[in-house]
Design a protein around this ligand. Structure first.
Ligand SMILES: Nc1nc2c(ncn2[C@@H]2O[C@H](COP(=O)(O)OP(=O)(O)OP(=O)(O)O)[C@@H](O)[C@H]2O)c(=O)[nH]1
Ligand SMILES: [Mg+2]
Length: 449
């Protein structure tokens, strides 16, 4: 943390500007060596116009921003150089910075310094990464909740509830003569832990929503050949992505597409029609269809309303019987049907050729996937795998404490698990951490972040 680091913070290419960031105690001095004006007397939060020089040669016309410790992104002195866009100027300036005492930053090192200097906690840091990676409006909203400490508040509230229990037990043990200190009994622990357990459970349960917002939902379109699977995919996407013909077995490989519903990413997979076949390529396609069923959150089981419910349909049903299924009766412009065996599933009647029916299908998807419930709430969901794993561990610890209370274990022994709970909550926000963990988290960031 003592050295001064630098990196290009923008995507180097044909853009109007590039921003080079330098952070560390020597940042002003290093840039000063390369600048045609004196920067050492500049106030914090000032911008100076001038030229980056390599001895007597002007390298680029730039703006230099000076931000002095401690009120900066990293908490250290920061200099930012706005160069012209394109590769050459930024790369040349980087070369000069590196030969004048700065070191190339590792991925995520600026934000790591921000964390280590106490400006943000780990939940915020991980949310910033999520913001960079977010691809939908819902994902952006959720990341912003994390950056804005709304998730951290929830974890800190839990910690604030756990700590007094530990403190009180310690006082009871160390100073038994303090008569005004409440004696913490198993009943008191039980009552307090019940609130904490409920809150943790709520966070774990709603993390499912967080994962949906982050990763999207996988929908797989299945059915026997020729029922209109690829036509439905194309209509949902609004483009001719998959080949459609009236020949059975047209689709061989999985065709993927994406839409957003309620701001949530929906990955749609059109698959090869499932049937008995000796044709090698088709049978490989069918194997892939069956595998895709496993990986999907929802199956659209497409039925051709103008044909009989045949053995082939029953085979498909066999493959999807344990999954969440929406039956799509397609081709209702030709005929209408209702299959008794499928009554237990949600269903919809459509024609892939009619736009208003496709809109109804989208509405139905929002309904069966409960997307309104996810996006009508306040987006304060945990969606990070590390945080979810730790929360689940916290929940396990609360169950252990329940068990100990039931078995009338002495309070000072129960305290061991309460302390473990406190530490595990601390790991979530990063008040307790190991260096290897930080390396793993911050190396996921891009260079210059
Ligand atoms: N009348 C009518 N025809 C449709 C409808 N949907 C699809 N078709 C026709 O049905 C035929 C098969 O459509 P596809 O979308 O290729 O069917 P598929 O299920 O993908 O077929 P495979 O890829 O062979 O499994 C084509 O001729 C489509 O034009 C519909 O709603 N109404
Ligand atoms: Mg097809």
């Amino acid at each position: 943390m003592d050295d001064t680091i630098c990196a290009i913070g923008t995507l180097v290419g044909e853009s109007s500007i590039n921003v080079i960031r330098i952070s560390g105690s020597e940042s002003i001095n290093i840039v000063n060596k390369l600048f045609n004006r004196d920067l050492t007397n500049k106030d914090t939060n000032t911008i100076t116009y001038g030229f980056i020089m390599d001895k007597n040669e002007k390298i680029d016309e730039v703006l230099v921003s000076i931000m002095k410790s401690p009120k900066t992104f990293t908490g250290e002195d920061i200099v930012e150089i706005n160069t012209h866009g394109g590769k050459m100027a930024a790369n040349k300036i980087m070369e000069l910075l590196l030969t004048n005492g700065a070191r190339l930053a590792e991925p995520g090192e600026f934000i790591k310094r921000r964390f280590l200097n106490g400006k943000i906690d780990l939940i915020q840091a991980e949310s910033i990464n999520d913001m960079i990676e977010s691809r939908t409006e819902a994902a952006r909203k959720m990341s912003m909740k994390g950056i804005n400490q709304e998730l951290s508040k929830k974890i800190n509230d839990l910690k604030d509830n756990v700590l007094p229990i530990i403190a009180n037990i310690e006082v009871n043990i160390d100073y038994p003569e303090y008569e005004d200190a409440v004696i913490v009994t198993r009943e008191i622990i039980k009552e307090k832990m019940s609130y904490i357990q409920d809150k943790i459970k709520e966070l774990v349960d709603t993390s499912e929503n967080g994962l949906i917002i982050k990763n999207g939902i996988n929908i797989c379109i299945v059915g026997k050949p020729n029922v209109g699977k690829s036509s439905i995919l194309n209509s949902l996407l609004g483009e001719d992505k998959a080949i459609v013909t009236d020949i059975k077995g047209t689709t061989r490989d999985i065709v993927e597409g994406e839409i957003t519903l309620n701001g949530i990413l929906i990955n749609i997979y059109d698959t090869a029609g499932i049937r008995e076949t000796n044709e090698l390529v088709e049978s490989i396609g069918i194997e892939k269809s069956i595998k895709k069923i496993e990986e999907s959150n929802l199956i659209l089981f497409v039925i051709d309303s103008s044909s009989e419910f045949e053995e082939e349909d029953k085979k498909v049903l066999e493959e999807i019987k344990d999954k969440k299924v929406l039956v799509v009766y397609n081709k209702t412009d030709l005929a209408k049907t209702k299959i008794k065996e499928l009554d237990k599933f949600e269903s919809i009647e459509i024609s892939s050729k009619e736009e208003d029916k496709i809109d109804l299908l989208k509405k139905k998807l929002i309904e069966v996937l409960h997307l309104d419930d996810i996006t009508n709430s306040d987006f304060t969901y945990i969606s990070n795998a590390r945080q979810i794993a730790l929360l689940k561990k916290c929940l396990e610890i609360t169950y252990k404490i329940d068990e100990e209370i039931k078995n009338e274990i002495p309070v000072d022994l129960i305290e061991i698990n309460i302390k473990d709970l406190w530490e595990t909550l601390g790991e979530i926000t990063g008040s307790v951490y190991k260096d290897e963990l930080l390396d793993e988290i911050f190396s996921k960031f891009c260079l210059g972040k």
